[in-house]
Design a protein around this ligand. Sequence first.
Ligand code: SF4
Length: 327
Amino acid sequence: MSGTTAGAPRATTAAAVDDPPSGRSDLAPSGLEPEGLRLSFSRVDTYRTCPLKFRFGYVDKLPSQPSPQLSWGSSIHAALERWWDQKLPSPPPVEDLLRGLYDGWDDAGFEGMDRDEKLRWYGHAQQVLRRHHARHASSYVPAMATEAWFELDLGDDIEVVGSIDHVTPTPSGGFGIVDWKTNRKAKTRSQVAGSLQLAIYALAARQLWGAEPDWVALDFVVPGARVTVGRHEIDTDGAVTAIRQVAAQIRSGEFEPRPSPLCGWCDYRGECPLFEGDGPDVPGTALVELKRLHRRRRRDQGRMAELEALVRSRLGDDALLDLDGGA
Ligand code: SF4
């Protein structure tokens, strides 16, 4: 919640690239040399999700597959970027937003898809953008910056790069930071406050504009909800610590697999030792199922404790004696 421990700022360059999980595009080419580590939010997030997936994608550089979800998110993002980037004094018409979708449509994830099915995806994207326009046209303020590229030096030869989707001026003379998301559901306020990505952006803002944002927000364009938190709610020191920890683990070659329900969408399952073999006896499948059952058991045990306390307080201990019998 306080000031950063990041190292000295470095010169910035303008470029509209980033490598977010939505797969918009990849980072500028850079290896993961043991000395100089070039990370991004996406890379750190991938490592924290599964270190082995990180190794497959960023160290071994195995190719990933395009998907409808990634291409759809990328297309919406391209349209938003173009619309907000005009920085006109009054809001450009919705047709501009839809034209941006048409011109920037990423077809890679839709190859081989039935035409009607593809049109459904396209129509949904139009609907999402129309809603975005309706939400923002009446309170429109020209953007201060879009896709603002940064290169943040955290010291110890660790650099974090990325680009900030949308920076908007605030009435106080400051600015707010927005990242557009194409998730189906919005996150909660506490999840947004704990966002590593927004903490990185708050650090980057200080480097780019010499000031911290008044607020940061994730704008969930599909449900049409913006979740905003104040700068004081963002833990930039914690973010720097987390990134340094990931960097240390990468440097020491810690790339263990970390199975989770997300394995179902992992491009590298074919290479993953946990998913060798067929059927339900595959260790990765068993581990994911086991984690799910453990989560459910913890939830059930918590609820059982609540119910037992309630029954005990109303009916006494004897009411709990025969719970397992008489079935
Ligand atoms: S399949 Fe799962 S455990 Fe294996 S690399 Fe992918 S995310 Fe990691």
